[in-house]
Unconditional design. Structure first.
Length: 150
């Protein structure tokens, strides 16, 4: 399943990119996330190829989602691949600035993981299709309402 969303945000690309890449900002627009841990960082200092785990919930109910940063070109492109239980989610967010407004384009691709259940993967894709616009609306609100860092 492929999904493309686009919206305008009244902020700078740098500020919006910070909202995408920093853990504190990420927790604000993905409120279920408890923490982010990096498993492996590339040696050359680039974020591309960094492996991470997103932790949702706590205690016995904790869920973990493994991921990888597949694109990191500050402040214009950010992409991650999340390895979910029955599918793989590729999410790319590109930022273009014109006339004091940033256009945020989000491309999302959900595919069935090897050995994954097709029906559960389709259900997961449907859930992502419904929840992604809500998360992006929250990101837009946070980026527009928070002051830009100096």
């Amino acid at each position: 399943m492929h999904l493309t969303l686009e919206t305008g945000v009244q902020t700078s690309r740098e500020h919006l990119f910070d909202c995408l890449e920093t853990e504190g900002q990420l927790k604000q627009w993905v409120p279920r996330m408890q923490r982010l841990t990096y498993e492996e960082m590339p040696k050359e200092g680039s974020w591309k190829g960094a492996l991470f785990t997103l932790h949702f919930g706590s205690g016995k109910k904790e869920q973990k989602v493994k991921g990888e940063i597949v694109a990191h070109r500050k402040p214009e492109l950010f992409g991650v691949r999340l390895h979910l239980s029955h599918g793989i989610l590729d999410l790319f967010i590109s930022l273009e600035e014109a006339d004091g407004e940033v256009t945020m384009s989000c491309d999302c691709e959900v595919s069935v993981a090897e050995g994954g259940n097709r029906l559960k993967a389709r259900l997961m894709a449907w859930q992502i299709r419904r929840s992604l616009p809500v998360y992006l609306k929250s990101l837009k609100h946070i980026a527009e309402s928070r002051p830009m860092s100096a």
